[in-house]
Design a protein around this ligand. Structure first.
Ligand code: ADP
Length: 302
């Protein structure tokens, strides 16, 4: 279990990036969702032992990550957002280099471990190719290979699917899903689909605060019977906005909006039909409530 309690991070400025985040993260895939600037990377860097929090505690299976990051480093794998590569090395050389840096134990020899890890992330065929020739997805898989070396208890991946094409994304999802079977995999992203595809549990952070957390299917179930969809023209959308809680308006073929509203059954706009709630509905609903709560809060308390 990864336990985060009252975590605060204030950067010089001052910028309050985390304003007291508490979360309990069990084994399996856990999604951390939030818009850009929400504080996700700050949280990931603290969990990876790379950044000191201003306040609060983090424990992994009882061991304190903040007080003694070195003690948990060997049980931790991290794929940061801006993972650096040496383009003129081959995939195998790059991985070998990273394993040496990390000080990973390889009782059977590092060459063997490199081969095993490349196999695991489906890069065995590209082992000798220069990293320069790798696609974005292949680079991310190489990043995962170094993160899982040494079989860590906790794997942290920060925005791993940004920039991947749909096929690469699916391949990457399969690798993460497999990893989540017997360890904690913490996936930070602003892409709701990543979480919906992979994570039975999730949290949303916004403005340095956790605004919701729990099971993904329960969160969807709570919205059952309260989400309605219709396709409307722009002027109609504006009228609906004035009287309903519009949580999504997606342009269709450049002229109409596929619009979703949330509210009590019977109050939906004419022509709107009830639809099964998605995680996007949950996310947009929570963000909407959180923004409304901010607007209602006195400025001095913000
Ligand atoms: P996310 O990963 O969700 O996009 P970040 O954790 O990167 O969010 O950033 C959270 C907030 O902290 C943002 O307002 C960002 O501008 C600020 N921030 C991040 N890093 C620093 C830093 N080193 N110094 C000052 N402010 C920072």
């Amino acid at each position: 279990m990864l336990r985060i309690t009252d975590l605060v991070k204030i950067y010089p400025g001052p910028v309050a990036a985390l304003k007291g985040v508490s979360l309990e993260i069990p084994e399996g895939l856990f999604g951390l969702l939030g818009p850009n600037g929400a504080g996700k990377s700050t949280l990931m860097n603290i969990l990876a032992g790379l950044l000191e929090p201003t306040g609060g505690t983090v424990t992994l299976d009882g061991a304190d990550i903040v007080k003694d990051p070195r003690a948990v480093w060997s049980r931790l794998g991290y794929l940061p957002q801006d993972f650096g590569f040496y383009p003129s090395l081959s995939g195998a050389q790059m991985l070998d280099f990273l394993l040496r840096l990390k000080g990973v134990d390889a009782p059977q020899g590092r060459k063997r471990l490199v081969d095993e890890l490349l196999e695991r992330v489906n890069l065995a065929d590209a082992a000798k190719r220069k990293v320069r020739t790798y696609s974005g997805g292949m680079r991310q898989r190489l990043g995962i290979a170094q993160a899982i070396a040494g079989n860590p208890r906790l794997v942290i991946v920060d925005e791993p699917t940004a920039g991947l094409d749909p096929e690469e994304r699916q391949r990457f999802y399969r690798i993460l899903a497999e990893l989540g079977r017997d360890r904690i995999v913490l996936l930070s992203t602003h892409i709701v689909e990543d979480i919906a595809t992979l994570c039975p549990r999730f949290a949303v952070i916004r403005g340095g605060r956790c605004v919701t957390s729990g099971g993904t299917s329960e969160a969807r179930r709570r919205l059952e019977g309260r989400v309605f969809e219709g396709i409307v023209a722009p002027d109609e959308l504006e009228r609906i906005r004035a009287s309903h809680r519009v949580t999504q308006a997606v342009l269709v073929e450049g002229s109409l909006f596929r619009t979703r509203v949330q509210g009590e059954a019977g109050t939906q706009p004419a022509g709107f039909v009830q639809v099964p709630p998605t995680l996007e509905d949950v996310y947009f609903g929570v963000m909407d409530e959180s923004r409304a709560a901010d607007a209602a809060r006195p400025v001095t308390a913000a």
